[in-house]
Design a protein around this ligand. Structure first.
Ligand code: SF4
Length: 377
C-alpha cells in the first residue's frame, strides 16, 4: 500500500494517489485525434469518430447499442472497448423542493463519489468530484476524514457531467430540461492534485460540438486549497476559468491547523499565486472562507483577511465567498452565529472587499462544499 504521509512533515503527498486497478478506458479519455485512431483500429473510416461523438455530446447517448447508424457488430465491439459503464448509481437524494439532487456513484473498483446538481433561476450548476476521497486532511471536512482513495480518470469526471445532462434532459429537475450552464469542481477531492485528468475533462466540456459539450470557460470553476505550482500552470493554460481558493483562515498559525497543506505553501504564497492568476486570466478569483464558530469568524479575523487580500492597494481582483459551515456529526467544528456572520461581512465591506454569503443550498443533504462524505455502508 502506498504511504500517503510525508515522513518529515507529516503532510499528505498530494500528487500521489494510492494505486488501484486502472479504470476502464473510455471514449471520454481520448482526444479528438485519439478517437479517430481508435475507430480506425476497429476497421472503420475516420469520419465515424465524429458520428459517434455526435451521439454522445449532441444526443447525450452513451449506450453504443443505440448508435444505429453503425454496423451492428461494430456497436458491440465499440460498447465493450470504449463505452464501458463507468458510474453506477447507488443512491439519489433531493432537497430544496427537488431543485437540488445529490447522487452517490460507485466506480468499477467499488470507490464511491458524489456529484450535486443544483437548479437556480436561469442556470443549472453541477458540483463534481475530481478524486474519490481527498488527501488534504482538512480537519473540519467530512471528505478529508476518509482520506484519499484514488484519482478519478478523465472519463470518470466527464461521465458525471453527461449523467447530469441526461437527468436534465429527462426532466428530473422541475422547471428545466436544458443543459448545464455551470460546473464547479467543489465536490470530493483536490482538483489540482489530479491535474491532467481535470484539465483533459475541462477541455471536453469546452470543445464545441461534435467533440465536446460546447460550454463556456466562464461557467467552470476550479477550486483548490492552494497548490501553488499548479495554480501557475492553470493560469498558463490560456483558459478563462474561474479559480476558487479555499483560504478559510487569514494567518499561517490558524491555516496550518485548518488547511494542513498551508505548511507547504503559506497564506502569502497562495494569495500571491491567486492574484497572479487574476492578472493573467483577467478573471476575478473567488476566496472561499468556511465560517467556523469561534475559530475563524471574529472581527479581528475579518480585518486580517482584508489586509491579506489587499494587493497593489486594491481588491478589484478578488471576491470573498463566505460559506456557512455544514457541521459534520460529532465534530467540534460548527457553523458561526448569525450575529458573527453579520459583523464579519460588515468589517470586510468596511474595507471595500467584495463579499457574499453563500446560500446553503443542499445543506440538508450534506451537499455543501467540502462536505461530501460518500457515506454509504
Ligand atoms: S476541504 Fe476540500 S481540500 Fe480539504 S479535505 Fe475537504 S475536500 Fe479535501
Amino acid at each position: 500500500m502506498t504511504d500517503t504521509t510525508d515522513p518529515v512533515r507529516r503532510l499528505p503527498l498530494v500528487f500521489e494517489a494510492p494505486r488501484r486497478g486502472k479504470p476502464p478506458k473510455h471514449w471520454f479519455d481520448l482526444s479528438v485525434d485519439e478517437r479517430k485512431d481508435a475507430v480506425v483500429a476497429m476497421g472503420l473510416p475516420r469520419y465515424r469518430a465524429d458520428q459517434i461523438s455526435r451521439h454522445v455530446f449532441d444526443r447525450l447517448e452513451d449506450d453504443a447499442s443505440r448508435f444505429t447508424d453503425l454496423p451492428a457488430e461494430i456497436r458491440v465491439e465499440l460498447g465493450q472497448q470504449l463505452f464501458p459503464r463507468l458510474l453506477e448509481q447507488v443512491t439519489q437524494q433531493t432537497a430544496d423542493a427537488g431543485r437540488t439532487v445529490k447522487t452517490l456513484w460507485r466506480l468499477h473498483d467499488g470507490a464511491l463519489l458524489e456529484s450535486v446538481l443544483m437548479r437556480y433561476p436561469g442556470r443549472t450548476t453541477l458540483c463534481i468530484s475530481s478524486q474519490a476521497g481527498c488527501g488534504m486532511a482538512c480537519p473540519f471536512c467530512a471528505t478529508g476524514q476518509g482520506g484519499l482513495k484514488r484519482n478519478l480518470s478523465q472519463a470518470e469526471i466527464v461521465a458525471q457531467v453527461l449523467a447530469a445532462d441526461q437527468m436534465l434532459a429527462q426532466g428530473l429537475i422541475p422547471g428545466t430540461t436544458g443543459r448545464l450552464n455551470n460546473i464547479v469542481f467543489m465536490g470530493m477531492g483536490e482538483p489540482l492534485a489530479n491535474y491532467s485528468a481535470v484539465i483533459g475533462a475541462i477541455r471536453t466540456f469546452l470543445a464545441p460540438g461534435p467533440n465536446g459539450f460546447g460550454m463556456s470557460a466562464r461557467g467552470i470553476t476550479v477550486s483548490t486549497v492552494g497548490l501553488v505550482p499548479k495554480i501557475r500552470q492553470l493560469a498558463d493554460e490560456g483558459l478563462p476559468l474561474t479559480l476558487a481558493l479555499s483560504l478559510h483562515a487569514p494567518t499561517d498559525a490558524l491555516r496550518d491547523e485548518l488547511v494542513p497543506i498551508n505548511e507547504r505553501w503559506n497564506v502569502e504564497e497562495v494569495v500571491e499565486a491567486a492574484w497572479q492568476y487574476a492578472q493573467t486570466t483577467k478573471r476575478r478569483v473567488s476566496i472561499e472562507y468556511a465560517m467556523m464558530r469561534d475559530i475563524n469568524d471574529s472581527v479581528e479575523h475579518a480585518h486580517q483577511l482584508a489586509r491579506v487580500l489587499r494587493r497593489r492597494g486594491e481588491w478589484g481582483w478578488v471576491h470573498v465567498n463566505l460559506i456557512p459551515l455544514n457541521p459534520t456529526p460529532g465534530s467540534r467544528w460548527t457553523a458561526s452565529r448569525k450575529a458573527d456572520e453579520r459583523a464579519f461581512i460588515a468589517t470586510l465591506e468596511g474595507h471595500g472587499v467584495p463579499v457574499t454569503l453563500r446560500d446553503t443550498r443542499g445543506q440538508e443533504i450534506d451537499g455543501a462544499c467540502g462536505q461530501l462524505a460518500a457515506t454509504h455502508p
